[in-house]
Write a protein that binds this ligand. Structure first.
Ligand SMILES: O=P(O)(O)OC[C@H](O)CO
Length: 410
């Protein structure tokens, strides 16, 4: 059989899903073998893919996070568009079958689908019902706005219910990129990069400063606890140390397994600004160029396997990632899943509830992973008490703008 390596960044429950899907595909036919290979965090996986491409040893399929989409799109010639891969395998890619917001995010302006949507997510709020009850908060009413979250976090800490009220994974993706979209404020010029690569960052506007100063203030006595740059903070919620977590809907599988009595709320917003719509996160599957026809035929078959309604519906229901096809969404609805599992439709409703504005279509930069690193450095220095939110955001914007100008050759 032709061996097809699938490099990915999935851990825990999501890693089990990857292995299970590869196993089922391999058992369903005998011409191709999909071999999943874990390559570390999302940024590490992308770097491994770039290095492998440079040394002419790229895998067949690589999972690239949202932030890496602009990097991959810029690598003309290095990749084979997903729509073309499917065609090579004798399948037609029918855009209308996929959730609109997701297809748009992974397509070129002319509509060519570049990568195959595998795990799309939306950030949501998880809260620990037992700790809410202990703190005298209503365990059936998750906080709705950011000021509500900060108040609840203070009560949790002050009551001794938990040592930490609130934590968040991805300060970049959730607290900046999605904060902008969900509250309908600009992250940068040029539709946050969807209208063109020449972007001036604008995430040092007053709403961002207010938001990050509130977080920095709560961090002083540990009411907010920082976990790390990617998904690390999920652990602080699963261990019961922190009572509120904002995290990807795709974090659900591990949270279910942790046994914490959790509830789900929508992503908090600021009164007078949001809620608008969230932007898809997670990752998609990219195919490298220069492979043989047999390899492309196998990848096409695997993508076709993944598109089946029953697979998509299961992936969504087990992992918390969004169903990427309309049929999987409709089937899940019709099965009564959302009535039995409150909160599980939240990520989809957040993304699809309103038509996007120029502030909320997404964020696309040719070097978004690098800009996120810069932001993380400034946030970490802020959380360590070395600078206030205004200084952190001003510096991140200035350094980020310089990095973008260099990357696009200005
Ligand atoms: O945890 P995920 O897979 O939903 O990804 C979150 C972010 O979109 C990564 O940039």
């Amino acid at each position: 059989a032709t061996d097809l390596q699938w490099w990915h960044a999935m851990t825990g429950a999501n890693n089990e899903v990857v292995n299970q899907l590869a196993k089922e595909f391999n058992e369903s036919q005998s011409e191709y073998t999909i071999t999943p290979v874990f390559k570390g965090t999302y940024p590490e996986t992308l770097n491994a893919g770039i290095a492998a491409f440079r040394s002419k040893q790229p895998p067949a399929i690589i999972q690239v996070f949202d932030a890496g989409s602009g990097v991959m799109m810029g690598a003309e010639g290095a990749i084979m568009p997903a729509a073309e891969v499917l065609q090579k395998g004798g399948f037609t890619f029918d855009k209308s079958q996929y959730l609109a917001g997701i297809v748009a995010y992974y397509s070129k302006p002319d509509g060519t689908m570049l990568s195959f949507p595998y795990n799309s997510s939306s950030p949501i709020l998880y809260y620990n019902k037992d700790l809410f009850a202990k703190a005298g908060l209503d365990a059936e009413a998750p906080p709705k706005t950011w000021p509500d979250v900060f108040e609840a976090a203070k009560k949790i800490k002050a009551s001794g219910a938990a040592s930490c009220g609130f934590t968040s994974t991805w300060l970049t993706w959730i607290q900046t990129e999605n904060l902008a979209a969900w509250n309908n404020v600009a992250y940068g010029t040029n539709e946050n990069g969807l209208g063109g690569s020449d972007v001036k960052l604008e995430f040092n506007a007053p709403l961002f400063v207010e938001h990050f100063q509130a977080i920095a203030d709560l961090a002083k006595d540990g009411t907010f606890r920082y976990g790390g740059r990617t998904s690390e903070a999920k652990q602080l919620f699963m261990s019961g140390e922190c009572a509120i977590l904002t995290e990807s809907s795709g974090g659900l599988g591990d949270i279910v397994k942790s046994g914490v009595k959790y509830g789900i709320g929508q992503l908090p917003y600021y009164e007078g600004h949001g809620p608008q719509n969230t932007i898809p996160g997670g990752a998609s599957l990219w195919v490298f160029g220069g492979k043989s026809d047999a390899e492309y035929a196998g990848i096409a078959q695997f993508f076709n396997f993944l598109s089946q309604t029953k697979i998509q519906a299961r992936l969504h229901q087990v992992s918390g990632y969004m169903p990427v096809t309309n049929a999987a969404y409709e089937d899940t609805k019709a099965s009564g899943f959302y009535d039995r599992n409150p909160g599980r439709e939240t990520p989809i409703l957040q993304m699809m509830g309103k038509a996007p504005t120029e502030n909320s279509k997404g964020v696309r930069l040719v070097n978004l992973p690098q800009v996120r690193d810069i932001m993380n450095e400034e946030f970490e220095s802020m959380l360590a008490g070395k600078q206030d939110a205004k200084a952190a955001l001003d510096k991140a914007v200035e350094r980020g703008n310089a990095a973008i100008a260099e990357a696009i050759g200005n």
